[in-house]
Design a protein around this ligand. Structure first.
Ligand code: COA
Length: 377
């Protein structure tokens, strides 16, 4: 094997570029989004404000926010080609995340050929695609977007047909903001690689959705909630969790490659889940989940002493999205709606750098082979 510099499998620790968009500090347990600590931004901002912040490196003024809203509104209705594809996908019961990836591709038909236009088109259409697909999958007709509602509220509206409460909109906005960006994660890096070839924003986002789909990236919150349901009652927690660990399984929603002291996203979403679920008919589930978390942390400390395995974003994602009545199969597509803010912002940033991402590889194959005609092999 020949290599001029050490091989870093998975590019771990390799700094591929500067970014002004977000900073993940695993030792401090901090996430900075364009200068703001996550906890000082996510619970307060509207999703469109975070999009503007990431795209333009400043919170929008009133007129700028109005402009962004006005640009999104006419792009929300799904094109006929997109709806047609979703209908066919629903007939085949395609997974929602695959339907989202395929539907995102169809938006190219309506591209105005600019990166800005494509980013707006994607941002406007994603919630409608996910909501329409879920309805079609369940035998219902899609609901047209509401002209007066923004991204978070419209997503919930298009799912059910009734206007969400202010508390629900706040809950979803906090979630979307919390997952809006997270350094050079796999899907974001995928988007940057694609756009670095001077490809287009829609291609970059389609690739990013494909990367997000994998269980090592965006697929964990469903199983985390399943574990809480499986436990069902506080006295079962210890036994069920130990059974899983003794079978060699990992406890979903715990541990993180980068965050070793705390996952700040988990803290923000825990506060949101508490606000939404305490005093509601889901209070019992919240209290059970809280108990399961405490037992899991204790059990993990006994199982892997000194590793400090902590609760991660996925555990409380599951509770917040369940609190909003978003079904488990839509957890990853909903993550995609939030992360789209980051994908597109990274796309703009990468275009500005105008440098193709092209790492080197170390050749480990054979040398000196001689061509042999087919009949003599
Ligand atoms: N349950 C049980 N054991 C766990 C664990 C979990 N959730 N997370 C880590 N461990 C174990 C590992 O197996 C490892 O043990 P080993 O050294 O004996 O092999 C040890 O704890 C240390 O693991 P660490 O290096 O800190 O984790 P990682 O970087 O390899 O993996 C994750 C990070 C996120 C992949 C891992 O924690 C995980 O699989 N968590 C569950 C899935 C999940 O919630 N994913 C969403 C992440 S946002």
């Amino acid at each position: 094997m020949l290599a001029t510099s050490p091989i870093k499998p998975g590019l771990e620790g390799v700094i591929a570029s500067e970014t002004r968009l977000s900073h993940v500090d695993g030792q401090k347990g901090e996430l900075i989004i364009a200068g703001f600590l996550l906890e000082d931004l996510a619970p307060y901002a509207e999703f469109e404000e975070v999009v503007h912040l990431l795209w333009h490196d400043a919170l929008p003024k009133r007129t700028q926010l109005a402009e962004l809203r006005a640009a999104l509104r006419p792009r929300r209705a799904l094109p006929a080609a997109t709806l047609g594809l979703l209908r066919q996908a629903a007939e085949q019961k395609v997974a929602p995340i695959d339907a989202l990836r395929m539907a995102a591709d169809t938006l190219s038909i309506h591209s105005d050929g600019t990166h800005e236009g494509d980013a707006l088109l994607l941002l406007a259409a994603f919630p409608g695609i996910v909501a329409a697909y879920w309805r079609l999958l369940n035998g219902h007709e899609p609901i047209a977007p509401h002209p007066d509602l923004d991204t978070a509220a419209n997503y919930l509206y298009m799912m059910t047909g009734s206007a969400p409460t202010a508390q629900q909109v706040r809950g979803l906005s906090t979630y979307l903001n919390t997952v809006s960006d997270h350094g050079f994660n796999a899907s974001t890096f995928t988007a940057r690689v694609i756009i670095s070839t001077q490809s287009d924003m829609i291609s970059a986002v389609v690739g990013a959705v494909g990367a997000l789909k994998g269980p090592a990236h965006g697929g964990a919150p469903g199983p985390a909630l399943d574990t809480v349901f499986e436990i069902g009652s506080p006295e079962n927690a210890e036994r069920v969790l130990w059974d899983k660990l003794n079978r060699g399984e990992r406890l979903m929603g715990f541990g993180h490659r980068v965050y070793k002291v705390r996952d700040p996203r988990a803290d923000v979403l825990k506060a949101e889940a508490e606000r939404m679920m305490l005093g509601s008919e889901k209070e019992d589930l919240y209290r059970l989940a809280q108990h399961v978390e405490q037992v899991a942390l204790r059990v993990l400390e006994e199982h892997k002493p000194g590793r400090h395995l902590q609760t991660n974003v996925e555990y409380f994602t599951a509770l917040v999205l369940h609190g909003l009545d978003i079904p488990i199969p839509l957890f990853t597509p909903t993550f995609a709606i939030g992360r789209l803010a980051g994908w597109t912002a990274h796309g703009f940033e990468q275009i500005g750098l105008n440098r193709i991402i092209r790492p080197a590889s170390a050749y480990s194959g054979a040398h000196g082979r001689q061509w042999q005609a087919l009949e003599t092999r």
